[in-house]
Design a protein around this ligand. Sequence first.
Ligand code: PLP
Length: 225
Amino acid sequence: MSIEENVQNVRARIVQSAKRVGRDPQEICLVAVSKTVDTDRIDRALSAGITDLGENRVQEMMEKMPELQKNIRWHMIGRLQKNKVKYIIGKTALIHSLCSLEVAGEIQRLSLKKKVKTDCLIQINIGREETKAGIEAEQLPEFLQSISAMDCLRIRGLMAIAPIVDEPEKARPYFARMKQLFDGLQENAQVSRQWLSMGMSGDFEVAIEEGANMVRIGSSIFGRR
Ligand SMILES: *Cc1c(COP(=O)(O)O)cnc(C)c1O
């Protein structure tokens, strides 16, 4: 199947999943994960209607930005190091992977300097996996407290990567737990419950059934990496 067909196919599956649980498919944002994909192939996804691209490496994102159209919403979905923050401030629609106070402080400092607000999601290590980034669910209140004075950081919700399982159904409890955490987020001037980013090629339908409103899809659109 072509990239264009893959985009249509993923969209159709998003619609079906939303409808199964009585949700409006329109409220679900599809982020096409373009890591390792060259700009010619990304262009084909854009012509099929993709508006949001996710990258997991700062350098790769910065290389692709000037080569693609200007109105793309860029999502940083990978581990973010403090020394790389300076490259992306003012350029991303959303940073999905905030999980360290050090990085939060740097985002605050540089956003203030550039006079911008930076929208972020807090990444939760929902499967308590050593190999994955993210704060533990229990640490969320304390984390929010620690960044509450960083007024250039806008927390728009939560992100998680579910553990790799042999069938998507087994990821369901993790997504359900994320939805609970998300619903429990206290909104204030800095924090809003806008995005619950969870679900990838292997498990996005279950994630949507459990309440995801942002899914990050790579291989189902661009093929195997
Ligand atoms: C690569 C990646 C994805 C997309 O994975 P696929 O299984 O290819 O859909 C989603 N989220 C993050 C954080 C990723 O690194």
